[in-house]
Design a protein around this ligand. Structure first.
Ligand SMILES: Cc1ncc(COP(=O)(O)O)c(C=O)c1O
Length: 374
């Protein structure tokens, strides 16, 4: 074994011994309580049919995009779609990226400069952390959803300051006090950036649209891989910001553009969303049912009205054990372990969907109850 292989082996062994070893699992036929397909778009026969029709109707479209957007990979279809999505969300402009990870990486590595400041909620998504790390800006975190803590950090901000939050947090499923954060950000002449990955669909066009706060945010990130059931993301903001990202955002510039098929899927998902009030209602009903049946004494269910519901069990071993038993009982629930979440807050992360039946949800709550007290 050479020294690189030794290093790799040691790192993997460490993971094995502290119980954090990751493995890829093949798709399963268990009841889905873990995917981000909140409204069932990824499995929608209607959407599949529409996408096929759209591809057929554009018979000159290529299978692949053939290059980056700045070289051969740009499509008039994509640019029109970007403007349609921007209009849908009441934003001036939008720029599509190959994924939400790329969008956040590209935005936060390119925009804040050495003398600027990025302030993020302590639970912010890894893609934002990674983007911010690639910038040379000063970086601070504030305590989760804590206005006082944010204000403290804002007092120390230098240069252009960006406050970054999620409208639904991916690991806890809760929502921050957006209006208050927005007011505080304005008081300190900072700019607010909101990642709406888990809010789109569940809250219609997203929480910023629902609150009518479009003009109070500098940029929004909407991902297409969750409730919209496809793949990719858009950064919404001004035309100026769009031009800037085209010029400076490396995860936009140095990568092959999405294929026509992917763009057609996104366009059709946006066509389906306004027609999905029933699915949205079913999802909200399922969230309500799960919360009602899971509210038991001694349970540490994190406060959340979203499709992401987390039951803290307090150790990696217990989280893995209960998730494994739920899987054996036919339900695909995944444990979230430390260090992904802070030690002591290891959890079962339950994702609810419009297509989960009441029986499935009742069985889930019942089984969790039995296992937790076993
Ligand atoms: C809040 C948040 N932002 C961004 C992303 C990344 O999006 P994508 O999966 O499209 O790369 C995720 C996905 O896990 C997320 O939860």
């Amino acid at each position: 074994m050479n020294s690189s292989e030794k290093f790799i082996k040691e790192k993997l062994d460490q993971r094995q011994s502290n119980g954090t070893y990751r493995t890829l699992k093949p798709e399963s036929s268990l009841v889905d309580f873990c995917s981000n397909d909140y409204l069932g778009f990824a499995r929608s026969p209607v959407l599949k049919h529409w996408v096929e029709k759209e591809v057929e109707a554009n018979d000159r479209a290529l299978n692949g995009s053939t290059g980056s957007r700045l070289l051969s990979g740009n499509l008039a279809y994509t640019e029109t779609l970007e403007q349609e999505i921007a209009d849908f969300h009441q934003s001036e402009a939008g720029l599509i990226f190959n994924s939400g990870y790329d969008a956040n990486l590209g935005l936060f590595s390119a925009l804040p400069q050495r003398s600027d400041t990025i302030i993020t909620d302590e639970l912010i998504h890894a893609s934002i952390i990674d983007g911010a790390r690639l910038s040379y800006a000063n970086r601070y975190t504030f305590r989760h959803n804590d206005l006082k803590s944010l204000e403290e950090k804002l007092k120390h901000a230098q240069g252009n300051c960006y406050v970054v939050i999620e409208s639904v947090y991916s690991m806890d499923g809760d929502t921050p006090p957006i209006k208050e954060i927005s007011a505080l950000t304005e008081k300190f002449k900072a700019q607010l950036i909101v990642d709406e990955a888990h809010a789109i669909g569940l809250y219609g066009k997203g929480l910023i649209n629902q609150l009518g706060s479009e003009s109070r945010v500098f940029a929004r990130i909407i991902t297409f891989g969750k409730a919209l059931g496809c793949h990719g993301a858009i950064i919404l903001g001004s035309k100026l910001l769009r031009e800037y990202l085209i010029n400076f955002s490396r995860s936009f510039i140095y990568t092959t553009a999405c294929s026509f098929h992917q763009m057609a899927s996104i366009k059709m998902a946006y066509k389906l969303l306004p027609l999905s009030a029933n699915e949205v209602q079913k999802l909200h009903n399922n969230i309500h049912l799960f919360k009602k049946t899971s509210a038991r004494p001694g349970y540490n269910l994190l406060p959340s009205d979203s499709a992401i519901q987390c039951l803290i069990v307090g150790s990696n071993d217990k989280a893995k054990q209960i998730a494994g038993q739920l899987q054996n009982a036919g339900m695909d629930v995944r444990p979230i372990l430390s260090p992904t979440v802070p030690k002591g807050t290891e959890r079962l992360r339950i994702c609810l969907h419009s297509f989960n039946t009441s029986d499935e949800i009742n069985l889930l709550s019942e089984t969790i109850h039995k296992l937790s007290y076993a």
